[in-house]
Design a protein around this ligand. Sequence first.
Ligand code: F6R
Length: 615
Amino acid sequence: MCGIVGYIGHREAYPIILKGLKRLEYRGYDSAGIALFDGNDIKLCKTKGKVDDLEKKITKEISTTGSLGIGHTRWATHGVPNDVNSHPHYSNSGNLVIIHNGIIENYEPLKKELLKRGYKFTSDTDTEVLVNLIEDIKDNENIKLGKAVQIALNQVVGAYAIAVFDKNKPNEIVVARLGSPLAIGIGDDEFFIASDASPFIEYTNNAIYLEDEEMAIVRRHKEVNIRKIKDDSLVNPYVQELQINLEQIEKGGYDHFMLKEIYEQPHAIKDTYRGRLLTDKAIIKMAGIEDNMKKFLNANRIVVVACGTSWHAGLVSEYIFEDLARIPVEVEYASEFRYRNPVITENDVVIAISQSGETADTLAAIKLAKSKGAFVFGVCNVVGSSIARETDAGAYTHAGPEIGVASTKAFTTQITVLTLIALRLARAKGTISSSDYRHHLLELEMIPDKVAKALKSDEKVKEIANIYKDAKNFLYLGRGYNFPVALEGALKLKEISYIHAEGYPAAEMKHGPIALIDENMPIVVIATKKGHYDKIVSNIQEIKSRKGIIIGIVTKGDTMVKALADHVIEVPETMESLSPLVTTIPLQLLSYHIAVMLNKNVDQPRNLAKSVTVE
Ligand code: F6R
């Protein structure tokens, strides 16, 4: 986590870095800081709090001139969020200054060694250890900054994206990455450094994404020089053309990114299936699947690895793959999978799902699966992300940038991609009839319109949110395809409103959670017509007889649940396998409105970050 930004060129660095930090705040927002070289010396300002707090403080404390600088927005790992632990960090001499995203795992022995050598530390961070290690090597061996960084990083265990500069050599910034993303924007005689391309998108369309274990020296008026950290070999820079634009990363009139992203779903789902779902020809075209069809068809099973919302999309896919393609599926939390010596062979296909493509646990699970010979297929949103690169093949969701920390359009577009894959495999295996297959394609094509209709429930959802915003607990129930949607609804509420919520398969209620039900407990029940409807109606009756409050998510025109429930929210009818794509919409809106009414920071909920690049 953490966002890093840097600039070297002919413009004033401060406004570029400040704006860049605001765009990267989704990565962490418990403190922020900037260091600028003003022509003579380093000027540094940092503070606990958000980038707005830094902006208020900085002009009172330092001059903000200079055409070289670095900035950081933090999600704390070592040391509590306070002014001192904020980045950038100076070396003891004050000559070097560094920003760091990641964790130096062996910082304690390194620190002990440096303490013995007389170094002093003001913060609790691993980063201050790293900058002093670099300084120690540089001074002792009398070498240039780039070389010292390289030697230091070869002593370090952990993950990092760093940017460091030396006030005595103010024409270069040294950057490096291992496990945390780092992009270099290539402008006209200027360079931008950032955790992703959003800070420099209005200045250049060209970027180099450093690979793991690479470092670069970014020099004024020169080419970028990239090397392998381990063996010092030169790397040919691969300059990519960026696929995002400014409009996509701004709020576009919405109060929050989350609301914008909820409303973007009809469009995002269309983008996901565009060029892949060819209903007129009754074809699904996905290069990553066609090229690896044998692997999928010969697989003993599919193992899905993911975290959080992406794990919920994986759970939905378990129903789809087993139901349509008759392939056994296991869905694993990547964080558990990576540490439990799982039985994985070359006959398994592993699907890794990740919006950011940077989640550390998912990345580690992929590496483990690959080491055991499995074929690993990625479903990612961020193009060129670490997971997209680490997997053997994959399919992007094409949802566009998701900036709100709570995942919304990532979930529905992941389900869309996974449905396309399942349908393609079902067709190839002959486990679906051609009429059923066509029906699925036509229905999937109509999903964006149905999601747009589901969004029309917004006002109604808002009224319900207003009634229950002060509830202390919520239950979410669903069955079959909609059980993972219940989990996702509960997660959304927890993470942005801080209200305790649990998701359950509706029938599990009587094995324990029913004891929680009383007249104060709102229970959101997904009770759409297709799939276990009668059973769900019985579950609702069981809740009603214990005085629970029912908020039913029902198919348009439903009467039975309406007669029992305290409130109903209608969604358009669709087939059961596609229903999560519409039933999830009112749940996203419910959590959004409750959080807004409770005055919570919807886009940047406490303790969270968008991209979890630490374990
Ligand atoms: C929830 C949420 C998280 C992420 C999880 C995985 O709204 O955003 O639970 O889903 O951290 O992130 P990715 O998909 O980037 O691997």
